[in-house]
Ligand binder design. Structure first.
Ligand code: G6P
Length: 606
């Protein structure tokens, strides 16, 4: 996720800002930039070290704003890197988030004579402020007006060349921390770049604006009403701050689930018409309507996302779907033609096997699509069109929030393709409403994490685990087992519940626990029979089931309750307790949860 950092004080702002960017690097980014009223703007695609190379003698000035960009709109190029300025190069903005109504605003501004240099949503902001300053040359007032016009999410820092001491920061849905020093003040996306200077911080709330000079910090609502807020003392280390106060990135990323779903959905649903609006597919929308078949490719967790996607897409779009491991597909002679969609799912967008599958598909004439989290990555560039996840960077090697966003994106794609075919508007509306209700339900699950932790501790001495599920939750049996084995190093197996009797049941005894994913859906009765089979062999069973289902108690040793949603979306909720269970299980064993042995986050080799 983008990182912002700003400074106003007495010291060498250039050095402080570059240092601050370095401590924000962990967030993941693709370009960097800095603006100081006394030195101008410098940007570089690639790492902060590239930016450093461009300023060998340092920079002049005692204030400035800086940014690490994780691309959302526009390729990760130097032009698209922040800060962005208006026409006159006097107003400068760094921004983390998405301005949803940027197209309308841009058109209006273009009509008023503004020219734009980048393809970012952010660039409208300095132009908008500039436009308001034409009527009344008051930087603060103009900024408030502009903030009231934009819609979407932002953590922002804004500077005006002619008032170099002043920084304006604003927050809506993307975090902003103000650091209060002696004769100096800071703005950042999280506390990590601030902590080496001061431990006194103020967290902005959504809809708040801070106006800072070296000695003053004032907080206002968007209506310019003053807000009184006490500073807090942070006793975290920089490393803990980067993890948002959580012990591991994996836990932080699981906890981000609700925002991840919100970000994947943002601006993409028209619930009353039962439609999904996917900008990245617009240019191939016509061709998509003519497609006859979908093949999904992915590796690891992304492959399991595909398996759930298969059920969604077949049920609601009527298109036949197959799911393939990238590592198998590329060595076969797949039968494809120009009526086949080859859909790659990849968090990193760099997984070699998935990429090669896409290249092979292209050679054979398929229409290639991507559900990719990393903007500008190779798969995102090489596919014909796609849907970005907007989940922000994932740092823990074991994929968690990326899967939540992949499943959400697959549901959007299902509405998109379904509505081009047989799906009724009412059906699209029902799915859209259920999608919009997911974040709150994930929050409810996250609140039960202490109970999940206690359960994980209880089972942490187990040497084996079986996970079973059916239909929409079939793939979660494999994903649940994968999470456990990759970070706990114990033997865990996933199995379609109906297949148990063909082998895995032989392993079951009183020391071999099973986690049964058994929400009250269309295959619930079947799952109950499978649980009975295990119980008859004295196997302990943890059931993951629908909130309020007490019937299952007599059959199971422990229960994980999950709120209900429509059947096709239930995996998006069910996966969260599975991730938490694996996390606490590995933590209890004292293992390096974020960096499991022998594994890599991005597998760019065969
Ligand atoms: C690695 C990671 C997994 C991930 C898989 C696919 O094995 O450890 O978490 O699911 O690669 O990666 P991708 O970036 O293509 O989603």
């Amino acid at each position: 996720m983008c990182g912002i950092f700003a400074y106003t004080g007495e010291k060498d702002a250039g050095a402080i800002l570059i240092d601050g960017l370095t401590s924000l690097e962990y967030r993941g980014y693709d370009s960097a930039g800095i603006y100081l009223p006394d030195s101008g703007c410098i940007k570089a695609a690639g790492p902060v070290s590239e930016l450093r190379k461009k300023i060998p003698g340092g920079l002049k000035g005692h204030s400035g704003i800086a940014h690490l960009r994780w691309a959302t709109h526009g390729e990760p190029t130097e032009e698209n890197a922040h800060p962005h300025s208006g026409e006159a190069g006097e107003i400068w903005v760094v921004h983390n988030g998405i301005i949803e109504n940027f197209k309308e605003l841009k058109e209006k501004l273009q009509k008023a004579g503004h020219t734009f240099k980048s393809s970012t949503d952010t660039e409208v902001m300095p132009h908008l402020i500039e436009e308001h300053m034409k009527a009344e040359p008051d930087f603060e007032k103009a900024t408030f007006k502009a903030l009231n016009e934009i819609r979407g999410t932002y953590g922002m820092a804004i500077q005006y060349k002619n008032e170099p001491d002043k920084i304006i920061a604003a927050r809506m849905g993307a975090p902003v921390v103000i650091g209060l020093g002696e004769g100096e003040n800071f703005v950042a996306s999280d506390a990590s770049p601030i902590l080496r200077h001061t431990r006194q911080v103020v967290y902005l709330h959504d809809g708040e604006v801070a106006v800072l000079t070296p000695t003053i910090h004032s907080i206002y609502t968007l209506d310019a009403l003053k807000v009184e807020r006490q500073a807090e003392e942070v006793d975290w280390s920089t490393e803990v701050a980067q993890k948002g106060g959580y012990e591991h990135f994996m836990l932080k990323e699981i906890m981000e689930g609700p925002e991840v779903v919100e970000n994947t959905l943002r601006g993409r649903l028209i619930p009353e018409q039962g439609l999904a609006r996917l900008g990245g597919l617009e240019r191939v929308a016509g061709r998509l309507g003519e497609m006859e078949r979908i093949i999904i490719v992915g590796c690891g967790t992304a492959y399991y996302a595909g398996l759930t996607g298969e059920y969604m897409l077949e049920e609601f779009s009527g298109l036949p779907v197959e799911v393939e491991l990238g590592s198998e597909f590329r060595y076969r002679k797949p039968v494809l033609n120009n009526r086949t969609i080859l859909l790659a799912i990849s968090q990193s967008g760099e997984t070699a096997d998935t990429l090669e599958a896409i290249r092979e598909g292209k050679r054979r004439g398929a229409l290639t699509l991507g559900i990719v989290n990393t903007v500008g990555s190779t798969i995102a560039r090489e596919t014909d069109a796609g849907v970005y996840n907007h989940a922000g960077p994932e740092i823990g090697v074991a994929s968690t929030k990326a899967l939540v966003s992949q499943l959400t994106a697959l549901a959007l794609l299902t509405i998109f393709l379904g509505r081009q075919r047989t799906m009724a508007a009412s059906e699209g509306s029902e799915i859209a409403a259920a999608l919009l209700a997911l974040p709150e339900k994930i929050r409810m699950i996250l609140e039960t994490r202490e109970a999940i932790e206690a359960m994980a501790k209880k089972y942490a001495a187990s040497r084996d685990f079986l996970y079973i599920g059916r239909k929409y939750n079939y793939s979660l049996a494999f994903e649940g087992a994968l999470k456990l084995k990759e970070i706990s190093y114990i033997h865990a197996e996933g199995c379609g519940a109906g297949e148990m009797k063909h082998g895995p049941l032989a392993m079951i005894d009183e020391n071999f626990p099973t986690l049964a994913i058994a929400p009250q859906d269309s295959v619930y009765e079947k799952m109950l029979s499978n649980i009975q089979e295990i119980k008859a062999r004295k196997g302990p069973v943890i059931a993951l089931t629908t909130e309020g289902n007490t019937d299952i108690e007599s059959l199971t040793s422990d229960i994980l309750y999950v709120p209900k949603t429509i059947e096709m979306l239930q995996p998006i909720l069910n996966v969260v307790p599975l991730q938490l269970f694996a996390y606490y299980f590995a933590k209890e064993k004292g293992l390096n949860v974020d960096r499991p042995r022998n594994l890599a986050k991005s597998v760019t080799v065969e």
